[in-house]
Design a protein around this ligand. Structure first.
Ligand code: ZN
Ligand code: ZN
Length: 169
């Protein structure tokens, strides 16, 4: 078996973390990496000690999202679960500022606008994701450019077997 490169190794860890999620809409995992050292992992979930999506059901809101079909962008109505704290936000809650300075975040999914905004102010200098998330993509890309944060997708990456949840799209 071929030795895994660092990007694959840390993205695998983010996908492993995502398997802890109890939300039936989305399983997201994130890992904080300084140099080649793992400093924390997180996934999307309800605050500790309160019922999560598996116990209380998802807390759904309806929103319009941009989707690309046949090369054209279109607006589609989507349901989104707001019960969970996003993986990236949990990662920020459970890591120290000094650990984040100059560090990288590996995250299974492209961060939403709120998470991108928080990460932009967190000290991290690089965000690596696998699955694209097109809502607010332009805004997020522009923010990363203006902050000088490396923002890159591991497009060719394949998640470890069994870590991609069968979720409601
Ligand atoms: Zn949920
Ligand atoms: Zn988010």
């Amino acid at each position: 078996m071929q030795r895994k490169d660092w990007d694959t190794y840390f993205m695998d860890i983010a996908f492993m973390a995502s398997t802890r999620s109890q939300c039936s809409r989305r399983h997201v995992g994130a890992a904080l990496v300084q140099g080649k050292k793992l400093l924390g992992t997180a996934y999307n979930g309800a605050p500790m000690g309160v019922p999560d999506c598996s116990e209380a059901g998802c807390m759904l809101v309806e929103e319009y999202e941009v989707r690309v079909a046949d090369g054209k962008e279109e607006l589609v109505k989507k349901q989104r679960c707001v019960r969970t704290i996003h993986a990236e936000q949990n990662l920020l809650l459970f890591t120290d500022r000094e650990d984040r300075e100059g560090s990288s975040v590996y995250v299974t999914d492209q961060p939403c606008w709120t998470c991108a905004n928080m990460l932009a102010n967190s000290g991290v200098v690089e965000i690596v994701f696998h699955r694209p998330y097109l809502k607010d993509n332009d805004k997020v890309q522009e923010l990363m450019r203006s902050k000088g944060i490396v923002f890159r997708q591991l497009a060719a990456y394949e998640p470890p077997a069994g870590t991609e949840a069968d979720v409601t799209p």
